[in-house]
Design a protein around this ligand. Structure first.
Ligand code: AMP
Ligand code: MG
Length: 384
């Protein structure tokens, strides 16, 4: 709630001369009005120069309007040469145009009235909001801090991106994808690395998440049916498992619970499943931890440019959505296998097929979650 009017005082919208508007009646370049210059008010100065009839005060943008003035004539419409700064004050000035009362004046309170509500609880502060808080003097707003999200990977096959691959090994890509997803969702990612497929190692990793001050813990892999899936085991023994397995595609092997009261998501190991599960479950959870009111992505109707299928589970298909001819269109980006990252890179949206829908024909309208701003034009292909 604004405690002040904004702007806090009547001020000039231009570099020019503060005048009585009535004094400028009939002024033009060929019939200028001559006014006596009785002073100058730069921005930041406390103006105490009142003007009387036939007088003007040189003024800069943002400077307080002198008492008695009700309009400003821009320098361009006067005989006072530019630039203003450094030039000595002329004794008289020719006014080359007439103005109405109020011209080029920003009235106190015209932007914000004292007592008005500007921002509501649960609103994520954007650039304009920060500017407004500063402008109305809210130096210490009460906000939710960004949640710290601890991230680890699990699996004996995983190496860091900089390491040389041996037989049967792959690089840990999930934790990096999740770092990006957490950052974009407004959380503070804390990447803790890789836990080997051993109960004790996974337990140590959970403990490290707690020491790292996590508000939320994310892991990937180790939550399916395999003999070496220890994440779920550790959670069942040392924490709490509330949900295991979700009827969606991709992203079925998802675990949710808590470890030492800190909420935990065990995301699937397959790279695309991990990212889709993040979008469906973790992003809204981060929004909730931040106190945001709007947690889910907005979905938009899209015209299918090709037939799509699913196995009847709620499905998230990687797609390109673009704007053309007054509507959104969508096509798939290739293989929908949950291990195929390249079709994820090409996608800017998920097509969301509800449970029970096994196929949709070309030309039908489906729903999509936009992950990025869609391009305009044919098939959404980049033009250069
Ligand atoms: P899991 O859930 O352990 O059975 O893993 C499922 C699949 O995801 C396997 O092919 C794993 O190699 C793969 N995977 C697991 N963790 C990662 C990771 N951090 N980065 C990339 N792939 C992974
Ligand atoms: Mg594994």
């Amino acid at each position: 709630v604004a405690n002040f009017d904004l702007p806090p005082f009547d001020n000039s919208a231009m570099d020019g001369f503060a005048v009585h508007a009535a004094d400028t009646n009939g002024a033009s370049e060929s019939t200028p009005v001559h006014l006596r210059v009785v002073g100058e008010v730069p921005a930041g100065a406390s103006s105490s120069i009142p003007i009387a009839k036939g007088e003007a005060v040189r003024i800069t943008t943002g400077a307080r309007l002198p008492v008695g003035a009700d309009a400003v004539i821009p320098v361009e419409d006067t005989s006072d040469p530019r630039p203003m700064s450094g030039k000595s004050l002329p004794e008289r000035v020719e006014i080359w145009r007439s103005v109405e009362s109020g011209a080029y004046v920003r009235r106190s309170g015209q932007d914000v009235r004292r007592g008005s509500t500007l921002l509501r609880t649960g609103h994520r502060l954007g650039p304009a909001d920060l500017a407004m808080l500063a402008a109305i003097g809210v130096a210490r707003p009460r906000v939710h801090r960004r949640p710290r999200v601890a991230i680890f990977s699990s699996g004996d096959e995983l190496l860091e991106p900089g390491e040389e691959l041996g037989e049967g090994q792959i690089r840990d890509s999930n934790s990096y994808g999740l770092v990006g997803a957490v950052a974009r969702a407004g959380g503070v990612p804390v990447r803790l690395g890789i836990a080997a497929d051993e109960e004790s190692e996974v337990k140590v990793m959970f403990d490290r998440c707690i020491s790292a001050g996590a508000d939320l813990i994310l892991s990937s892999a180790g939550v399916s049916m395999g003999a070496h899936d220890y994440v779920r085991v550790v959670l069942e023994e040392h924490g709490r498992l509330d949900i295991w397995r979700v009827n969606m595609r991709p992203g079925k092997p998802l675990a949710f619970g808590s470890f030492e009261q800190i909420p935990f998501f065990g995301l699937p190991g397959n790279p695309v499943s991990a990212l889709v599960s993040f979008e469906v479950f973790v992003r809204p959870a981060i929004a909730q931890l931040e106190g945001a009111q709007q947690a889910q992505r907005v979905s938009v109707p899209v015209r299918l440019q090709e037939a799509v299928r699913s196995d009847g589970r709620e499905s998230y298909l990687r797609a390109v959505v673009w704007w053309e001819g007054g509507e959104y269109h969508a096509r798939l980006t290739g293989s929908q296998d949950s291990g195929v990252l390249s079709s994820m890179i090409a996608a800017n949206a998920y097509l969301v097929l509800p449970a029970g829908v096994e196929r949709m024909a070309q030309g039908e309208q489906a729903q999509a979650w936009l992950l990025d701003t869609p391009p305009q034009g044919a098939r959404g292909e980049a033009t250069s």
